[in-house]
Design a protein around this ligand. Structure first.
Ligand SMILES: Cc1cc2nc3c(=O)[nH]c(=O)nc-3n(C[C@H](O)[C@H](O)[C@H](O)COP(=O)(O)OP(=O)(O)OC[C@H]3O[C@@H](n4cnc5c(N)ncnc54)[C@H](O)[C@@H]3O)c2cc1C
Length: 252
């Protein structure tokens, strides 16, 4: 078995990135590593799978401009998700949070005691808000719905979360849309749809993630839909040795 990973880092606990890794400058990537892989599994890091030649059963790979192929009998596509971004110009100082590299960059910016604005009060946005308050930072959380996570968890949980954020000193701007960012060389604020500008030294955009399905969709592997690999049994193609897994897979 060979595992190819596009990130240069060995597997790590992604959930820590918005929590302990953000609040503790002493934590290094090695401190959040997952357990070592079994000895008979080869792991190749910094290698991106770019395509699959079904006829010859070869996976196309690219590492730093060097292209090659790898023979496969069975293939699991577990390419996860990538953060959604806002369709607007984003000056330096506007972050997303998905990888340990993202977290290191954000943590470095937070060390300067900035005013932080977070766009999106989903799991990642809410956790970053909480971590920033733990660091004693001035935090504004902007959310398009009436309450954090209300669309998925309902109004009761949403109202409870409003209370929690406010009790911990986070300024909430609800039912609020973002129209853009101010600042050229460095972000200076977040412009709202009504024209108001909320001052910011650091912005974190936490507006969800979308399946990283390019490899699957390109090859129609695992009965790939347009947005993700469908995980429904019978819809995947075990006969052809391809399966979608994890954040990539969509259960109907
Ligand atoms: C900040 C943060 C906090 C989170 N906190 C929690 C939590 O508290 N609890 C919880 O349950 N979940 C949490 N999650 C969600 C959780 O991390 C995901 O559900 C989980 O990472 C999904 O795992 P996965 O293996 O499917 O995808 P991923 O973890 O996204 O892994 C996919 C990997 O595939 C690699 N890849 C992509 N394309 C290619 C390619 N073409 N070739 C080679 N490699 C490729 C990517 O680089 C990535 O390393 C959090 C996520 C984030 C970002």
């Amino acid at each position: 078995m060979t595992v190819f990973g596009a990130e240069p880092e060995a597997a790590y606990q992604r959930p820590a990135l918005s929590k302990s890794f953000l609040t503790s400058a002493a934590l290094q990537p090695d401190d959040i590593r997952l357990a070592a892989t079994a000895e008979d599994v080869r792991v190749e890091l910094g290698v991106r799978a770019t395509g699959l030649d079904l006829a010859s059963r070869r996976l196309r790979l690219s590492d730093g401009g060097r292209d090659r192929t790898h023979a496969v009998d069975g293939l699991v596509i577990a390419t996860g998700a990538i953060p959604r971004t806002l369709p607007m110009r984003t000056p330096p100082g506007v972050h997303v949070l998905r990888t340990v590299a993202d977290a290191i960059a954000l943590r470095a910016d937070l060390a300067h005691k900035p005013r932080v604005v977070i766009v999106g009060a989903g799991f990642v946005g809410s956790e970053v808000a909480s971590s920033c308050r733990t660091l004693g930072l001035d935090v504004t959380l902007i959310e398009a719905s009436a309450a954090p996570m209300e669309p998925v968890l309902g109004p009761e949980v949403g109202t409870a979360l409003v209370g929690l954020h406010r009790d911990h000193g986070t300024l909430l701007r609800l039912r609020t849309q973002v129209a853009g960012f101010t600042g050229r060389d460095r972000v200076t604020g977040v412009r709202l749809a009504d024209g108001e500008v909320v001052p910011a030294d650091v912005v974190v955009v936490g507006v969800g993630a979308r399946p990283s399905h390019r490899l699957a969709a390109r090859q129609r592997a695992g009965a790939a839909g347009r947005r993700a690999v469908r995980a429904r049994p019978g819809r995947s193609r075990p006969d052809r040795g391809r399966r979608g897994r994890g954040a990539l897979a969509a259960s109907p």
